[in-house]
Design a protein. Structure first.
Length: 360
C-alpha cells in the first residue's frame, strides 16, 4: 500500500472558533443534544474533573495541558503547561493533577488553588521505555478502583517483534512504586474503563496499518484475571499476521471481547453510570472513535455504543456526523461523564469540548 497516498490526518493548526464548528450536523438519538461547551482547547485529548469543578484537558501534538473554569454561560481556558512531550493523559486525585508525558509521569499538587500560578511539577515515575522512532508514545492515564495508577506503553512500531517493556497496560502506586504489567501483546491502547458490575477492565486497541482496508480489526478486550497476552504482533483482531504469525495460533492468546471494525481508531472508552440518560443506557460502553487515515474509504469519526451481555454484544451508533460524504470535519477523542450525568467529549481536530445531554 506504499503507493496509496494515504497519510495521517493532523489536527488543525489553530483551534476552530465555536461559530465555525457545525455541531448541528451531529446526529444523536431522540432527546439527546450536543453543543460546543468550550473552544480554543488546541488538540484537546483526555479529560478529567477536579474536586472543585475545574476541567483539566491533555493534548498530544500541542504539548499543552489546560484547565477550563466554568463561568456558567462561558468557559475560561487556561494553559497550565507548554512544551511537553505528548501529554495525552491527565488524572486527578487528592487535589493533585497527574500528567503522563511520553516518558514520564508527574503531578502538580493543590492545583485548583493555583491555576494562575501552577506549582512546580513533582516527578512520580520516569522509567517508561522510550524508543528513538516516535510510535505510540502518547499515553492514557487513569486511577483504577484499586487506587493504582494505570497507563499504557504502546508498541514502538507499526508492526514488529516487540522489544521488552512495550505493548503493555501497566500500573503503579500513586507514589510511583510497584510497577507491574496488567496485560501484554497490545499494540496501541488509548483508554479503558472498569465494568460497573463485574469490575473487569475493558480496553480498546488500534490494529496495525498497511495491511488493507478491512484488516486487522480494532478490538475491545477484557482483562478478567492474571496478565493476559492479546497476541500482538503475532495475532490481531483474531487473525494471525501473514508473516510474524507463522508458527503461532490465535488460540494461544486472549481473544477479543468484540471486534470494532478496521481502522476506526477507538480512543475514549467509558461505561455510562449516570442518571441523566434513559435507564437503558445504564452500564453501556461508549466508544469515541477518532476515525481512519489508513483506509481508502474513511470510517469512524463517531461515538458508538456497545451493549454487553448475551452471546453477541450490540453495537450501535450514538453520535455521528463528523464524517460526511467521505470527508471529515471533526474527530471525537475522549469522553468524561460529568456529575450531572452529561458527557463531555473532546475533539482533537477542532480543539474543542462538546457537551452531550439528555432531556425528556
Amino acid at each position: 500500500m506504499e503507493s496509496s497516498g494515504l497519510e495521517p490526518i493532523n489536527p488543525l493548526a489553530k483551534p476552530t472558533p465555536v461559530s465555525e464548528i457545525p455541531v448541528d450536523r451531529v446526529k444523536l438519538p431522540p432527546g439527546f443534544k450536543i453543543a460546543v461547551w468550550a473552544d480554543n482547547v488546541e488538540n484537546a485529548r483526555e479529560i478529567i474533573r477536579g474536586t472543585k469543578g475545574t476541567i483539566f484537558v491533555g493534548s498530544r501534538g500541542a504539548g499543552k495541558v489546560y484547565a477550563i473554569v466554568d463561568k456558567g454561560t462561558t468557559r475560561q481556558v487556561k494553559t497550565l503547561a507548554t512544551g511537553l512531550s505528548q501529554p495525552n493523559g491527565v488524572e486527578f486525585k487528592d487535589g493533585a493533577l497527574y500528567v503522563a508525558e511520553s516518558n514520564r509521569i508527574w503531578k502538580m499538587e493543590n492545583i485548583e488553588d493555583r491555576l494562575d500560578n501552577p506549582p512546580e511539577p513533582k516527578l512520580i515515575f520516569d522509567k517508561i521505555p522510550h524508543a528513538d522512532v516516535p510510535h505510540h508514545h502518547w499515553k492514557p492515564l487513569r486511577f483504577g478502583p484499586d487506587g493504582k495508577l494505570y497507563f499504557a506503553i504502546g508498541a514502538p512500531c507499526n508492526i514488529c517483534n516487540v522489544p521488552k517493556g512495550f505493548a503493555l497496560i501497566t500500573r503503579i502506586n500513586a507514589d510511583g512504586s510497584g510497577f507491574e504489567a496488567v496485560a501484554r501483546g497490545i499494540r496501541n491502547t488509548l483508554d479503558w474503563d472498569w465494568h460497573p458490575v463485574t469490575k473487569e477492565l475493558y480496553f480498546t486497541n488500534h490494529g496495525s496499518d498497511w495491511m488493507g482496508d478491512d484488516k486487522p480489526e480494532d478490538i475491545l478486550g477484557v482483562v478478567s484475571k492474571g496478565v493476559p497476552n492479546f497476541g500482538f504482533p503475532f495475532c490481531e483482531g483474531g487473525e494471525p499476521h501473514p508473516e510474524l504469525g507463522k508458527g503461532h495460533r490465535c488460540s494461544e492468546f486472549a481473544a477479543p471481547a468484540f471486534l470494532l471494525g478496521a481502522h476506526v481508531a477507538p480512543i475514549g472508552t467509558r461505561f455510562y453510570t449516570g442518571s441523566m440518560f434513559p435507564a437503558e443506557y445504564k452500564n453501556r460502553l461508549f466508544s469515541a472513535q477518532k476515525g481512519s487515515w489508513n483506509r481508502t474509504k474513511k470510517v469512524g469519526y463517531r461515538v458508538m455504543m456497545i451493549t454487553l451481555g448475551g452471546q453477541t454484544p450490540k453495537y450501535d451508533p450514538f453520535a455521528e456526523g463528523w464524517l460526511e460524504n467521505g470527508k471529515m470535519w471533526g474527530r471525537p477523542s475522549y469522553l468524561y461523564q460529568m456529575p450531572d450525568g452529561a458527557f463531555l467529549l473532546s475533539d482533537d481536530y477542532n480543539g474543542c469540548i462538546y457537551r452531550i445531554s439528555y432531556s425528556r
